[in-house]
Design a protein around this ligand. Structure first.
Ligand code: 2PG
Ligand code: MG
Length: 415
């Protein structure tokens, strides 16, 4: 199948945080259309590709107008062909001229267009004729750190994930039960709880980290006895946001504690052991490859030690991490690198190197389901997207729809 581009348009729209982004729309010669608007992060890794060109969102809009001329009559029959053209259009190695809001907008809009024109689901357009097992949803239920103005717990996210769900529907609906239980228990135990939630829809509390873990474990245990689904608990420390480069300490604003590198390592290892945690993301800041290796060694392979800011979906950083055994899992966020094919290759190098792949949302999301297709296309092990808020639910709903349409192929097992 060959798709011929007729027109590329860009509109300034807003993400779930109300920050501007660009909705890119591509129309083909045959009159089909594809669309996408990039999400945005708040705890952004310093090695991520830049989201915007030098002159900001208005500059990005002008670049899409430029893309309209550049791609006029351009034909492509694979995603890689289209993404190579975006790279030529940018002219540099990492979308510094056009920014990832434009590059990923173009890339996912092209994937959407091709799947519409070809009448195939987007995950097959990206990943080929596969029958993927569904990823395990991993959902933020209690949030702190930067996402909660540093006024809730210092840990950015406490996450839950089902371990023995039979289908994605089973996995997602039981996760929603846990999410609801957490709010019930917060109402009982936190007298200042007003139902407040953070950017991603995770509950926010004035309780201590300790009490927060108790609530999450109680919720998980109750859901297990009610519906029979067993859960694991994870954390995203988002340590690059805690790290103070000047004074070389991790600053815990709410609890008023500073930890140097060794103290941080011991603190994380203690947390994991004490609270029976099976997933720990960014336990250290984005430059500490040896620290990640050390923590993985100490925790063993039963615990996923996951790099987000450390890897920023960048193939060379992932390859380095695999050779250093810096963790055993990687977060994959398409807007960290700026196009679908590079994201696909990054996930493939991770899984070929024995790392687990966790496809993830950003804290500022848009109303597109495309990320769900990407997760299936790369045969991700986990899908890190909060359980509520429209811009997140649309992604879970897409997986439910695909499961209903084509039949369940089960959910991944890691533990
Ligand atoms: C993270 C993400 C998503 P942000 O740190 O994993 O939860 O946050 O998009 O702000 O980088
Ligand atoms: Mg993270």
């Amino acid at each position: 199948m060959e798709v011929k581009v007729r027109r590329v348009e860009g509109y300034i729209v807003f993400d779930s945080r109300g920050s501007p982004t660009i909705e890119v729309s591509i129309t083909s010669e045959r009159g089909f259309r594809g669309r996408f608007a990039s999400p945005s992060g708040k705890s952004v890794g310093k090695y991520e590709a830049p989201p915007l060109p030098k002159d900001g969102i208005l500059g990005a809009k002008k670049i899409v107008d430029e893309a309209n001329k550049y791609f006029h009559n351009f034909s492509f029959s694979t995603q890689a062909e289209f993404d190579d053209a975006i790279k030529r259009f940018d002219g540099g190695p990492r979308y510094e001229r056009i920014g990832t809001i434009v590059s990923l907008g173009l890339s996912f809009a092209a994937a959407d267009l091709a799947s519409n024109e070809g009448g195939i689901p987007m995950y097959k357009w990206i990943g080929g004729d596969i029958k993927p097992t569904f990823p395990i949803p991993i959902c933020n239920v209690l949030g702190g750190g930067k996402h909660a103005l540093n006024r809730s717990i210092d840990i950015q996210e406490i996450l839950v994930f089902p371990l023995n769900a039979r289908s994605y529907r089973d996995a997602y609906t039981s996760t929603l039960e846990v999410y609801r239980k957490v709010s019930e228990l917060l109402s009982d135990r936190d007298m200042f709880f007003t139902g407040g939630r953070n950017d991603e829809g995770a509950w926010v509390t004035t309780l201590t980290d300790e009490e927060a873990f108790d609530i999450v474990w109680d919720s998980v245990d109750r859901v297990r006895s009610e519906v029979g689904v067993k859960f694991g608990v994870g954390i995203d420390m988002a340590s690059s946001s805690l790290w103070d480069v000047e004074s070389k300490v991790y600053v815990y604003r709410r609890s008023g504690v500073n930890r140097d590198r060794e103290e941080q390592i011991e603190y994380v290892i203690d947390l994991v052991k004490k609270h029976n945690i099976q997933y720990v993301e960014d336990p250290l800041h984005e430059d500490d490859f040896p620290g990640f290796s050390y923590i993985r060694k100490r925790l063993g392979n039963k615990v996923l030690v996951v790099g987000d800011d450390l890897y920023v979906t960048n193939i060379s950083r992932i390859k380095l991490g695999i050779s250093e055994r810096a963790g055993n899992a990687v977060i994959i966020k398409p807007n960290q690198v700026g196009d679908v094919s590079t994201t696909f290759q990054a996930s493939k190098s991770a899984s070929e190197g024995g790392f687990k792949v966790v496809v993830s949302h950003r804290s500022g999301e848009t109303h597109y389901p495309h990320l769900a297709h990407l997760a299936l296309a790369v045969e991700a092990d986990m899908f890190k997207v909060s359980p509520v808020y429209g811009e997140r639910v649309i992604k879970h709903n897409e997986l439910l729809l695909i499961e209903d349409l084509y039949g369940s192929r089960g959910v991944k097992r890691i533990w």
